[in-house]
Design a protein. Structure first.
Length: 413
């Protein structure tokens, strides 16, 4: 039996125990985990420091994702505590009815079982994923990027210790220690043990998992997000939203990467928008029409329109209509998050109905696409597909349904 098979087997056993826990047992364990993170803060930061030393050659945008601070560890602990306050998704019956034959049919929400998560250098995912999978009654196998291995190991060790203290199976959360691609591939094909696989990372990672895995996959993450400044947009609102969506944390998937602006607003608003972005250190690229209005912009290439920068870079396109903006976004988006800035609510509603993305905003920043911001406590990822889950994935998306049917001797004629 291989290492991955052994991990899968242990996770399966743990998942059967966790699925039967009471809400109180799960909540008590989550609170112990939160306390353990804070108590072990020094060791976690030391491990993260070692990872950061080894990551000197990584681009700055990836180092930001990797870096832990006291505040980020506090945020992780707060996330665990928040999940403990949320309703238990498996402690309720979705609906029930009696059919023509007198059978009592209950639609019950149940855990998925064992969740596998493959993610890049984001140690906070380790705590978020553990919190959500435990509360929803699942076990989890984590495979983080090698750049964050020591950080992830320290966090998982801390969380497993808290599980032991709570009297629960430590194998409710496990970390794959072998960084080889062959081991990751084996994990993607561990159908006998893993019920669903969730990749969190860039386009390359997600594509590899989707193309390689035989375990069912929920696609998450890639965010080529757009903002469309409509003809009637309030200039100050547009400026505030565009700058926030691009600048507040440019390395994450809900940061805006492209700006479309209506030709009727471009001459008046585009110079100020570009100046505000440049003031915040953004490299601004533009199509031919944008560069005619604001000379000196970097010329946008064909590749720009399909690129998720995860950096202080934004490309701008001038369009002639709402229809053109919608068609362009649906063609080039990764179907993550898009926004329209407009004073005409009917146009905003049309944008929301016709844009084929998981989250569509009117007059708000794309940075709100987040499980915590949506009230989910934390998130397992942001799904950009349509089956089973879409958008920020919280507790409900880590469950499925089964039907419990009770009769008194009925047979089908």
């Amino acid at each position: 039996m291989t290492m991955m098979e052994e991990m899968g087997q242990r996770a399966k056993v743990a998942s059967e125990v966790v699925a039967q826990l009471t809400t109180k047992q799960k909540n008590d364990a989550l609170l112990k985990m939160a306390d353990a993170l804070l108590a072990d803060q020094t060791a976690i930061l030391e491990a993260n420091g070692a990872d950061l030393v080894n990551a000197k050659q990584m681009p700055a945008k990836f180092v930001d994702r990797l870096r832990l601070t006291e505040q980020r560890i506090k945020d992780m602990a707060t996330g665990l505590k928040t999940v403990a306050t949320l309703d238990d998704p498996v402690a309720k019956v979705d609906r029930g009815w009696v059919n023509y034959a007198g059978l009592e049919i209950l639609q019950q929400r149940v855990p998925l079982g064992v969740v596998g998560i493959i993610f890049e250098a984001r140690p906070n995912v380790t705590a978020d994923a553990t919190a959500l999978t435990l509360k929803s009654g699942n076990a989890v196998i984590l495979r983080g990027g090698k750049e964050a291995y020591q950080s992830n190991q320290a966090i998982v060790s801390c969380l497993r210790g808290a599980l032991k203290e709570a009297g629960l199976p430590q194998d409710t959360v496990q970390l794959v220690s072998d960084p080889r691609h062959a081991v990751a591939t084996e994990m993607m094909r561990l159908n006998d043990y893993i019920d669903v696989l969730i990749p969190r990372g860039g386009k390359g990672l997600i594509s590899r998992v989707v193309e390689t895995a035989t375990v069912p996959v929920i696609e998450t993450g890639a965010g080529n997000c757009h903002i469309f400044v409509d003809q009637s947009a309030d200039p100050e609102m547009a400026k505030a939203i565009v700058v926030n969506a691009k600048v507040q944390r440019p390395s994450v998937c809900n940061a805006a990467e492209k700006l479309l602006i209506h030709a009727g607003a471009a001459k008046k608003q585009l110079p100020d928008l570009v100046a505000a972005l440049i003031e915040h250190g953004v490299e601004v690229r533009g199509d031919e029409r944008a560069r005619e209005i604001v000379p000196g912009l970097v010329s946008a290439t064909k590749e720009d329109w399909d690129t998720e920068y995860n950096d202080l870079i934004m490309a701008i396109k001038v369009v002639d209509s709402l229809d053109e903006a919608i068609q362009w976004i649906n063609q080039h988006s990764t179907h993550h998050s898009e926004a329209i800035i407009t004073n005409e609510i009917a146009r905003g509603r049309e944008f929301q109905k016709r844009i084929n993305s998981a989250c569509v905003y009117v007059n708000a920043s794309t940075r709100f696409t987040d499980g915590g911001e949506f009230g989910f406590g934390a998130e397992i990822g942001i799904s950009t597909q349509k089956l089973h889950a879409r958008g920020p994935m919280g507790l409900a998306q880590l469950t499925t349904i089964k039907y419990e049917i009770t009769g008194n001797g009925q047979i089908r004629q």
